[in-house]
Design a binder for this molecule. Structure first.
Ligand SMILES: NC(=O)CC(=O)C(=O)O
Length: 281
């Protein structure tokens, strides 16, 4: 838990053409690497529009890199750019059962997959007259907590709605992770209320970094993404953010802040597991 790392969040403009989305993602990942990024994150559904009607149409079999156009593209982006790549999410079809998942893969600078996370908590909301969305009508939920190692420390992964469930970040931090990474796509209803608040809460409660990467807003799309890809430090300060347009957000993560804040405000070691259970145990 030392040193520093440059994280880049690629807030990608996503359209209906998968091949064009993959090519745009590649251009932006290469650009971020040229700017010195060590790790790059893409948004939720970076290769397809976001909506329950699109998952089946865009889904790929993710069991092997070779069999998936999107995984081949992510692997080569990571390798050619020499970065850790948190590959947003891709609609996944499990070929034996036909089940659909919303899935994030992570790649090392050699282009090898080092983690695969299926969205655990499915996004079902109902704001009558404003926004109704029910991922559980078409998707199955993942059943595993996901973390991966880097030279700068371990990171936990969640996808969008997963951020609303504090347990994942709590477990990751108790297991020694230095940050939580969330490819996400909040919207213009929930984004202004909760996006930054949730990131700051996950960072503050656990005294770790938290970052979320959104697609850019497409005003023609059925689902209006919030944008505002953001990085928060272990003091819960926003250290980098943007508006709703396509952009790359850069942040230097200084990992000594984790020890510093835990010394200053020692909640990390004051937990009372004699009074309540340790969810990470
Ligand atoms: N899109 C999501 O999964 C979550 C979201 O938009 C929200 O929680 O709000």
């Amino acid at each position: 838990m030392s040193g520093s790392m440059k994280l880049a969040l690629v807030q990608l403009a996503v359209g209906a053409q998968k091949t064009a989305n993959l090519s745009n993602a590649r251009t932006k990942v290469v650009e971020a690497a040229r700017m010195g990024a060590n790790m790059v994150m893409l948004p939720e559904c970076f290769n397809s529009p976001y909506g329950t009607q699109y998952f089946a149409q865009y889904a790929e079999d993710l069991r092997a890199t070779e069999s998936s156009e999107s995984l081949r593209a992510l692997s080569s982006m990571a390798k050619d750019s020499g970065v850790f790549l948190v590959g947003g999410t891709v609609p996944e079809k499990e070929s034996t059962t036909g089940d659909l998942f919303n899935t994030c893969t992570v790649w090392n600078p050699q282009g090898e997959m080092v983690a695969k996370h299926r969205k655990i908590h499915l996004f079902d909301i109902n704001f009558p007259g404003r926004m109704v969305f029910k991922e559980s009508e078409v998707l199955k939920s993942g059943n595993e907590i996901t973390e991966f190692s880097t030279p700068w420390g371990r990171f936990g992964l969640g996808i969008c709605y997963d951020i609303r469930f504090p347990e994942l970040a709590m477990i990751a931090a108790r297991r020694g992770c230095v940050g939580m990474l969330y490819p996400g796509a909040f919207n213009t209803t929930t984004g202004p209320m909760h996006w930054e608040l949730l990131l700051r809460a996950r960072a503050m409660d656990n005294q770790i970094f938290a970052a979320a990467c959104s697609p850019a807003r497409d005003i023609e799309a059925g689902y209006q993404a919030w944008g505002h890809s953001t990085v928060v430090d272990p003091y819960a300060r926003v250290i980098a953010t943007t508006d709703e347009k396509q952009d790359i957000v850069y942040a230097d993560l200084d990992f000594k802040l984790i020890q510093e804040v835990r010394k200053a405000i020692p909640i990390y070691t004051q937990r009372r597991f004699d009074v309540y259970p340790d969810v990470s145990a």
